[in-house]
Write a protein that binds this ligand. Sequence first.
Ligand SMILES: Cc1cc2nc3c(=O)[nH]c(=O)nc-3n(C[C@H](O)[C@H](O)[C@H](O)COP(=O)(O)OP(=O)(O)OC[C@H]3O[C@@H](n4cnc5c(N)ncnc54)[C@H](O)[C@@H]3O)c2cc1C
Length: 606
Amino acid sequence: MPVYKAPLRDMKFLLNDVFDYPGHYQTLASGENATPDIVDAILTECGRFCEEVLSPIYQSGDEEGCRLENGEVTTPKGYKEAYDQYVMGGWQGLSAPEEYGGQGLPASMGLFKQEMMGTANWSFSMYPGLSLGAMNTIFLHGSEDQKQTYLVPLTEGRWGGTMCLTEPQCGTDLGQVKTKAEPQADGSYKLTGTKIFISSGEHDLTENIVHIVLARLPDAPKGTRGISLFIVPKFLPAADGSVGERNGVNCGSLEKKMGIKASATCVMNFDGATGYLIGPENQGLECMFTFMNTARIGTAIQGVGPAELSYQWALDYAKERRSMRALSGKKEPDQVADSLIHHADVRRMLLTQKAIAEGGRSMLYYAAKLADHMVEAHTVGDDKKAEKYDDKLGFLTPILKGFLTELGNEAANLGVQVFGGHGYIREHGMEQIVRDTRIATLYEGTTGIQALDLLGRKVLLMTQGGAVREFTLKIANFARKHLTNKQLRPMAIELLKLTAQWNLLTVRVMLAARKDRDVVSAAAHDFLMYSGYVTMAYMWLRQSAVAADKLENGGDESDAFYQTKLATAEFYYERLLPRAQAHATSMLSPTRNLMQVEPDNMAFTG
Ligand SMILES: Cc1cc2nc3c(=O)[nH]c(=O)nc-3n(C[C@H](O)[C@H](O)[C@H](O)COP(=O)(O)OP(=O)(O)OC[C@H]3O[C@@H](n4cnc5c(N)ncnc54)[C@H](O)[C@@H]3O)c2cc1C
């Protein structure tokens, strides 16, 4: 089975040359310690940990899966040891505030770490990933006492965390949540209800698990306005901060599922469990969604990671496996046949994976700078600034999460295709990447919900197209600067046309939606994908502009690196970007073609 290799060269190109992270960190209080040397050392060490510790247990973890016995979940062999090393390395607190035991580095550093760990072993990375969600929620909405009690052990990684939203009757529509919270004389609450699909709900990696739970107070208003947020620890904290009495929350069963088998997905039963209100009554959803943008960017990594991993392994295979001769003549005449990589159709698959992985990484790192500003503003209590960056990020988040995870699935499937039948059998790990990646378009808001959030809320309702105007203006200004460069001009011209078209499409959908409300739902997916292709095109022009400049003036990388960047951008513009036009056409087609068939006439059975 192949192993993961950290793509440090590409990461450093993006960080240092395309997005000037060294300069960006100088503008942040949390960036004071993120000097280029420190960043470099952290990335290198993280890469080593991923290659040597997480990657080797990727396939074995899938085969063994998690086990539930007497209410206790055992993770696969090697996971506890790997987690202990993770804790020893201080990885959980990398970007967490120093006052609660973290290292206080910028949020983006956490994202780079998450990308490498998630790519090497997504199931493993879910345990600390969920803890991060709990940490963010407590940091922002918890009382000082709650922060002292829970944040410190969570930051150290001694305790784990979960996010308990979903119930059997609702995942997307959380207004239907039924779990009850009864107030007690001592100010605590007793929670009763069942949550399903809870990642990391029970496991053997940490000494305690802190559940963040959505529940309803007695007489709470119906729907989303009557939901509150609670901390429900597996073990109640003792007065000295250590682990105390066992609480009434238990894992009833483990979900049997398609992929991420080393990640425990639990049915959690709350049986009069003691909980503590976090944030104001009935504002649980708002509190839960505060860090939703950062959490969703975290899930967007699951688009880039599988594209990278599947590409690395498919590339190696395409260089070794031989089949027939290239149409343009023998490439390896001394061999029995040419290797797969000499066939244009195999190149199409590999370059699609590469363009998605590197284009997607670029989108993540672009957004991570905005996340740094937002988190810093929250930390110093500058609400206005936090809101400004939250809005900017809020527009990009559904594009990142929806578009990148859809493309991540495509890339993972292409990896199987490059291997032929050998991709379908388990030995090479390619089918595991497909199974593990499939969940990415479902949790943290399905692609359909991301699309509605983008078009319905962020573009039409909240800004009447303003969000698209603002972003396309930025893109167009960048493109215009490169019209005079012979090599970049074709891309810049194409991008300028697309920015105009994106605005036009927005207006046309807006006008159509005034007459027919189904238009928003009908157009949303195509609008999301169109937006994704244009955003990725912007990223490829940004990378190309740097590559062209470095080729002329010299840079840290080889000429071949920069030339390959330009060639990949050309591939993206000429072979993948045209898909945007299909989405544009489909988006504007009438809703009739979706709604005219009566539900009773859909099936021709019986
Ligand atoms: C492995 C795994 C791990 C998970 N981890 C967690 C976790 O840690 N914590 C947690 O709380 N949950 C978790 N979930 C739950 C996950 O977030 C939900 O499954 C997801 O939000 C979708 O909800 P649902 O399954 O109820 O689908 P539904 O909401 O029933 O949606 C079904 C389909 O209908 C579409 N749809 C729904 N409403 C609309 C609408 N208004 N307009 C258009 N289309 C619509 C959706 O896009 C989707 O395609 C996990 C799930 C899995 C499988």
